[in-house]
Design a protein around this ligand. Sequence first.
Ligand SMILES: Cc1cc2nc3c(=O)[nH]c(=O)nc-3n(C[C@H](O)[C@H](O)[C@H](O)COP(=O)(O)O)c2cc1C
Length: 364
Amino acid sequence: MRLGLTTAGESHGPALVAIVNGLPAGLRLDKSEIDRDLARRQEGYGRSPRQQLEHDEVEILAGLRHGATLGTPLALVVRNRDHENWAWGMSPWPPDGEPTGKGTTPVTLPRPGHADLAGALKFGHDDARNALERASARQTAVHVAAGAVAKALLREIGVSVNAHVVEIGGETEAGTWEDVTDAARADRDTLGGVVEVVADGVPPGLGSFAERDTRLDTRLAAALMGIQAVKGVEIGDGFELSRLRGSAAHDEIQPGLRRTTNRAGGIEGGVTNGEPVVVRAAMKPLPTLMRPLRSVDLASGEPAEALVERSDVQAVEALAVVAEAAVAWQLARAAREKFGGDALADFVGAHRAYAERIRWPRER
Ligand SMILES: Cc1cc2nc3c(=O)[nH]c(=O)nc-3n(C[C@H](O)[C@H](O)[C@H](O)COP(=O)(O)O)c2cc1C
């Protein structure tokens, strides 16, 4: 059974949409739970005013009846409330009347670090907006909605996924994060950071070492690297492991198959080993600067300052929510592969039978 996700939607277009395939029938979803994750994505110190303007909410168009999945494709929509200000500029059809609102003049000043130049060159766009609208991290909203569905499925087999911020602007003390954000804002600059996602209750045996692309670590790394502005991923102690001797790096196996350490981050050989799955993602500073870097006007070829557009100072707390959704999605996918089933009871029953065979969960 393959769990599939297809998404579409521009940052200031009418809506973001997702189609989720491969869910079992009978999974109960709670709208307020999905909306809570959407709200968490919009929170955080250092976000742009757009987050106050828009309160994301999920709509379900298909695949759900009276709160339970039908085992058919689940269609999710998150509307862009800001679209009303961009209705002419982002109209899917040729707009009527005189240009009005936002997005009416072409973007020709590519921002270093954003997709503007690469996207304009790739697609031959004279207006880089045609590229940046989709490249924008706005699309993470619908991924968070899909992640909330994945978390609901994982809960049925006792798995929980939670993320937190580890570092903002190089600072590891939470008490300093607002200050460094304020300082960057005052300098009209941006920051990056690091988040950690921890999944508890993950049964051993998710993922595979049969091929590189079936390894769970491959899939988690790709999923996290697939998030806008993520430039580094660590599984467990990651880069730190390279500095240790083997005797200090590996997690000894105790009677009862317990471990006292979890430097591997719950994955050995691309397969979960029964310890919590722990992954980190590093985010670069956001590319839209209120004091722009040097660029070139694509219309004239002359030196110019890069585009300035409403933007976050840092979005590390939001990244935590997006990363949590990405990890939940990959774990749910791996669990669907292992436990299958058309009805939720089949899925849960297969997990239970497997847990009995391997005596999971072990006593701690
Ligand atoms: C939750 C989140 C919010 C973001 N907000 C902004 C933003 O306000 N301004 C900005 O320039 N980049 C923002 N980004 C990063 C850009 O989307 C990203 O840098 C850009 O699409 C180029 O992709 P790349 O950094 O992966 O190369 C955000 C990323 C995430 C994950």
